[in-house]
Design a protein around this ligand. Structure first.
Ligand code: WTA
Length: 689
């Protein structure tokens, strides 16, 4: 099962002939000796109101500032500037989940109108101004990019919370960001059902209030204007239907506010090692330049392409590579409301065929699912992709090959893009016309990004050594987040402290960025990403923090202790298993398991629902009382538990193993044997404690 080094696959000549980056000279332009000025090439893809005087300011490490002195507006760059030549081209094509509902094409002209009207509403009705924060809890509807761009027009910082998160999780993020306004929707279609979404807004406002944050206004877009899709009553004086309010703002124009390049554009929350989520703050100029440049060269987006990224806009992939990057390039970006397998696993290919999609972008989880449910479906449809992306998790070589051979019909280049919420855009990928593909490896560092792998003692792990280590980026790049909102010390601690050579140094060379992933580097300079080395579990491409799961579980009265661990899952990559121990004198089974699941769903969302909740008599612990997560993770995955002699209660290990593994065997849930890489990942789990 070991992932051997795979052979190379060359890009098709037809792709190379039309690619944005087809001249190898580009590697010289982005060579390390040209850093940081090389990134002028990305910034020059944008319209600037004022040109910058300093490309990279490193005076306050690691709070890098890009394009200092420059001013621009992100909404102008994504919308207004395309009006002159292509106002009647589709900016967005929205595909509702019900197949009976018509596809909606929103031209650049129409997008401009909608964005201006909503910006006028935000400014005049909500009294929002540059620097204020607004939280969105919106599903995959065009109102989401409209809302984002309206904020960008005003310099208001948007903070979109993934629609699948619970109301409580949204409320935590409202409070953390200090938003007074929540923008939501009444309902949306998912798996054939109209889900009630507004009800989560009420939970969110309550959760925020408990944390001392007051929401004055809840703006509710209606999935069908005029028809309310939710059971939850509108609260007088607080909740407003956006379609009603917009009557007043019809045809209103709002001047784009010229923002400093380093003004924050948005926050995107992600999970980390503590229960408090991290609001990754992204800049206007650096971020927009970076996603535009990488969309052009790595996604190979031309203005006349039809580009479809199936990610959710509620995650960073959607922000960077559905909205900001593609629209800055003036292309047509497709948004699909629902699940890829509804009503059948041919759906994505029907959409691609009907709309003439030629660039397709999705995650390994979706590929695995589509392969399992409809291995031959792609052949039935006449679409032709020139380019496809995979993102979010390591992709197994055989899954990669199905994607390339069957989905891509052997005609499309595939890029495996490795990056993170924090990094704004791609970090590792092949440049599609110039570097061959290698299944299972993302490729080298992207243009202007220089990765390195360090071991625990800051020694460089050499290419071809066969050893894994912590992948870092040696240099700053324009897409890197600016800070964790409200927690600058945590920003420095988590991402820079470990390998910082000298905390007083103003030289960026001393401040490598720690990504938190394990990786290996082959002789050819291609990286293979192994997965998280911190307490984050990547479930179907969604990052879940173990501490968040555990704190949700211990809100159940009967629960004394809780530990969350990853377990291999053929479709989702990883799934979550919870181990809990009960307070003295308490006994129980399914009732308590049910409560734990309910608590997790309420506090985080259904995406975090554990696969199993094991009630154990005690947790394996170190002598200082810490739960040894790697031991239970090994048990859940039928892996070797390793050395348990340092435990204060080693005898418990066999009890738990017997309890869990016999039950799993009885249910046919035993996983396949782990690869050496997976084994290493499980062993490392919980190491950051
Ligand atoms: C993982 C998603 C392997 C990685 C853009 C990273 C990947 C985390 C890849 C970030 C890839 C992302 N191959 N692993 N191509 N892309 N990851 O913040 O562990 O949701 O740290 O950003 O996903 O997840 P996030």
């Amino acid at each position: 099962m070991h992932w051997k080094e795979e052979g190379y696959i060359a890009p098709p000549a037809r792709f190379i002939g039309q690619a944005n980056a087809a001249d190898p000279d580009i590697f010289q332009r982005f060579a390390e000796e040209r850093f940081p000025e090389c990134f002028k090439e990305y910034a020059d893809l944008l319209d600037w109101d004022a040109y910058w005087h300093t490309t990279l300011d490193t005076s306050d490490p690691p709070f890098w500032k890009w394009f200092v002195g420059g001013r621009l507006n992100a909404c102008h760059n994504c919308v207004d500037r395309h009006l002159a030549t292509q106002r009647n081209k589709a900016a967005l094509i929205w595909v509702p989940e019900p197949e009976s509902e018509a596809t909606l094409a929103i031209t650049y002209q129409e997008l401009h109108k909608r964005v201006n009207e909503f910006a006028a509403l935000l400014r005049d009705f909500c009294e929002l101004k540059a620097g204020d924060r607004v939280t969105f809890h919106l599903p995959m509807v065009p109102e989401l990019p409209v809302s984002m761009l309206a904020c960008a027009r005003l310099g208001v910082i948007h903070s979109e919370v993934f629609g699948g998160f619970s109301g409580t999780a949204c409320g935590d993020r409202i409070a953390d960001s200090g938003s007074r306004v929540l923008v939501t929707m009444d309902g949306y279609f998912r798996n054939g059902e109209l889900a009630d979404h507004k009800v989560k807004a009420d939970e969110a406002v309550d959760a925020a209030a408990k944390l001392g944050a007051d929401v004055d206004k809840v703006l509710v877009w209606r999935r069908r204007p005029g028809a309310y899709a939710s059971q939850s009553p509108m609260v007088d004086g607080r909740d407003f239907f956006v379609d009603d309010l917009l009557q007043t703002y019809r045809g209103k124009q709002v001047e784009p506010v010229s923002m400093p390049a380093d003004a924050p554009l948005f926050l995107m929350y992600t999970s980390g090692t503590t229960a408090r989520p991290k609001g990754c703050q992204h800049s206007t100029g650096g971020y927009l330049a970076y996603v535009t440049g990488t969309s052009k060269y790595y996604q190979d987006i031309h203005p006349d392409d039809t580009y479809w990224c199936m990610a959710d806009i509620g995650w960073i992939t959607g922000h960077s590579y559905i909205v900001y990057g593609p629209l800055a390039l003036g292309t047509t970006s497709v948004i699909y409301e629902g699940v890829p397998t509804y009503p059948d696993p041919g759906r994505p290919w029907r959409i691609a065929e009907r709309l003439g999609v030629n660039i397709f972008h999705t995650a390994p989880t979706a590929i695995r699912l589509l392969r399992k449910l409809g291995p031959d479906e792609p052949r039935k449809y006449g679409y032709r992709f020139k380019h496809m992306t995979t993102v979010g998790e390591p992709i197994e070589p055989d899954v990669w090959r199905w994607y390339h051979d069957v989905v891509g019909k052997g005609e499309a280049v595939v890029v495996d893009t490795w990056w993170q919420t924090e990094t704004g855009g791609f970090l590792g990928s092949t440049l599609p016309a110039l570097q061959p593909m290698k299944p299972g490896s993302c490729g080298p560092g992207v243009l202007g990004v220089y990765p390195v792998i360090y071991d625990e003692d800051r020694n460089v792990v050499e290419a071809g050594s066969g050893n894994a280590g912590n992948i870092c980026i040696r240099n700053p790049w324009p897409g890197i987040f600016q800070t964790i909102w409200g927690q600058p010390e945590r920003f420095v601690d988590l991402y820079y402290r470990k390998y910082c050579a000298d905390p007083d140094s103003k030289d960026w060379h001393d401040w490598p960025y720690l990504a938190g992933d394990g990786a290996m580097l082959a002789d050819d300079g291609y990286f293979r990403i192994l997965g998280r080395v911190d307490d984050v579990i990547n479930v179907a491409g969604h990052r879940l923090g173990t501490k968040e799961l555990e704190s949700a579980a211990i809100t159940v009265e009967e629960v004394a202790e809780a530990a969350a661990v990853p377990v291999l899952d053929e479709l989702r990559g990883r799934a979550v298993e919870m181990y809990i121990s009960l307070k003295p004198g308490i006994t129980g089974g399914d009732d308590i398991r049910g409560k734990v699941i309910a608590a997790i769903e309420t506090q985080i969302g259904k995406i975090a629902r554990p696969q199993n909740v094991w009630i154990v008599s005690d947790m394996p612990k170190t002598r200082s009382g810490k739960i040894m997560r790697r031991v239970i993770a090994s048990i859940s995955n039928f892996a070797d538990v390793g050395d348990t002699t340092t435990l204060s209660n080693p005898e418990i290990v066999d009890d738990i193993r017997h309890q869990v593994q016999s039950e799993k065997l009885a249910r046919g849930e035993a996983p396949r044997p782990l690869t050496p890489e997976e084994e290493a990942e499980i062993k490392a789990f919980g190491r950051t404690e």
